[in-house]
Design a protein around this ligand. Structure first.
Ligand SMILES: [Cu+2]
Length: 66
């Protein structure tokens, strides 16, 4: 994860859905400019999951398992 946003903290966190009832992976928040390597196991079940920056939840998207 490459946070190129100087002075701004971000992370990547994956949840089961936008309601975030279940955490799949919550990456450490880092303040840019900085990089971190995240290692996690994707769900076994194919489907469309959800990711966001926990600091800025408007930064989000689909996490697709095929
Ligand atoms: Cu952010």
């Amino acid at each position: 994860f490459d946070n190129q946003d100087g002075g701004i903290p971000h992370n990547v966190a994956v949840y089961n859905s936008p309601a975030r009832a279940e955490e799949i992976f919550v990456g450490e928040i880092i303040t840019g400019p900085a990089e971190i390597t995240y290692t996690f196991t994707a769900p076994e079940e194919p489907g469309t999951y959800y990711f966001q920056c926990d600091v800025h939840p408007s930064m989000n998207g689909d996490f697709i398992v095929e």
